[in-house]
Every structure is written in structure tokens, then in C-alpha cells.
Write a protein that binds this ligand. Structure first.
Ligand SMILES: Cc1cc2nc3c(=O)[nH]c(=O)nc-3n(C[C@H](O)[C@H](O)[C@H](O)COP(=O)(O)O)c2cc1C
Length: 168
């Protein structure tokens, strides 16, 4: 698969079979996330691999959607704000940029393994923070739902290239 083909293969999957995700594939995804770049290489992130019944139920309570309950695996990606780089010039924190790159590495790695995934950010963050006993300076940023796709991968709807690029 070329990199472009991988970016097409990675699409939001919201319907999964009951097949469990193999440990080797979970390790592969995590290793790819670990290799993501981060500002000043601070790596201000943590990944919670959620498979146990109690933790699964807690994650599902934080994002109450039927399709989401069918995912066999959740990887919760958090930012540790006390470890992130903050730009001195204007005080902009960069942990959310770092975690987005790492989460996308997870999703691309999932696609590389024949898995489907979906980014989820529309969850109850305080609820998830407490359920996973996160530290005070830690923020749950993304839940990546992962599993084997049940059905075809959807095509892409994207803005036209001319509307998003300025060549100077
Ligand atoms: C930051 C971010 C947050 C998202 N949050 C959700 C979400 O809470 N629930 C959901 O079903 N999809 C969510 N998505 C998936 C987007 O809807 C999806 O990526 C977009 O429609 C493009 O489709 P594609 O992923 O298939 O290319 C999110 C995606 C991103 C990047």
C-alpha cells in the first residue's frame, strides 16, 4: 500500500464485527503512536488501552452512542499538560497538537493492520477523566475506537483542493 492508499484506507468506521483485536496489532499501533513527533520532543501523552468490562462501561458512559458500544477496543489518548511545550512568545500550549498527531498515527497503523478506527472527541471529558483516575493536569483528548470493520470503508468527502490551498 502506498502512503496515499493508506490515507484513503483510514476512514471513520462506526460498525465493527465482534472479532477481538490481537495483542500484536495493539502493540503495533501503540509503537507507531510512540514514534509520533511532538514539540521539543516532550511527548506529553499517555495511552489507555481499554478492554476490561468496567473500564469499557465507563468509556461508553462518557460517549453514549449505540455504534460506539460495538467497538471491541478503545484507546484513550490523554495530554499531560505539565509535560507539554508552551511557546514563550504567546503562551500557546502545544499538547493538543502533539496528541492529534499521535492519535492519527494510531489510526493509520490500525488501517495498515486491516482494522477500522474512529476518532471520538465529543465525549464527557470530566466524566472520563475521573473514571480513568487521571491526574489533575491530565486531559483526555481523544478516544480512538478500534475493531474489524463490518462492511465497506466509506469514500471521502473533502473540500476541493483549490479551496484549501494558496500558492504564493
Ligand atoms: C478531532 C476530531 C474529532 C472527532 N470526533 C468525532 C466524534 O466525537 N464522533 C464521531 O462519530 N466522529 C468523530 N470524528 C470523525 C469525523 O467525523 C471524521 O473524521 C470526518 O467526518 C471525516 O471522515 P473520515 O474520517 O471517514 O475521513 C472526529 C474526527 C476528528 C479529527
Amino acid at each position: 500500500m502506498t502512503f496515499k492508499e493508506l490515507t484513503l484506507q483510514r476512514a471513520s468506521v462506526r460498525s465493527f464485527t465482534t472479532r477481538q483485536v490481537e495483542d500484536e496489532k495493539i502493540d503495533y499501533m501503540l509503537e507507531c503512536a510512540r514514534m509520533a513527533p511532538s514539540a521539543v520532543n516532550f511527548q506529553p501523552w499517555h495511552f489507555y488501552v481499554v478492554q476490561g468490562a468496567d473500564a469499557r462501561a465507563a468509556v461508553q458512559r462518557s460517549y453514549d452512542r449505540e455504534w460506539f458500544k460495538g467497538a471491541p477496543l478503545y484507546i484513550v489518548c490523554s495530554v499531560r499538560h505539565d509535560e507539554e511545550w508552551v511557546r514563550q512568545l504567546d503562551g500557546k500550549p502545544h499538547g493538543n497538537i502533539d496528541i492529534a498527531i499521535a492519535a492519527q498515527h494510531l489510526c493509520l497503523a490500525a488501517a495498515d493492520c486491516g482494522l477500522g478506527s474512529c476518532w471520538v472527541c465529543n465525549f464527557d471529558a470530566p466524566m472520563l477523566h475521573d473514571a480513568l483516575s487521571m491526574a489533575q493536569n491530565e486531559e483526555p483528548a481523544v478516544i480512538v475506537a478500534v475493531g474489524y470493520p463490518d462492511g465497506e470503508i466509506a469514500g471521502k468527502k473533502r473540500k476541493d483542493i483549490n479551496n484549501i490551498v494558496t500558492r504564493l
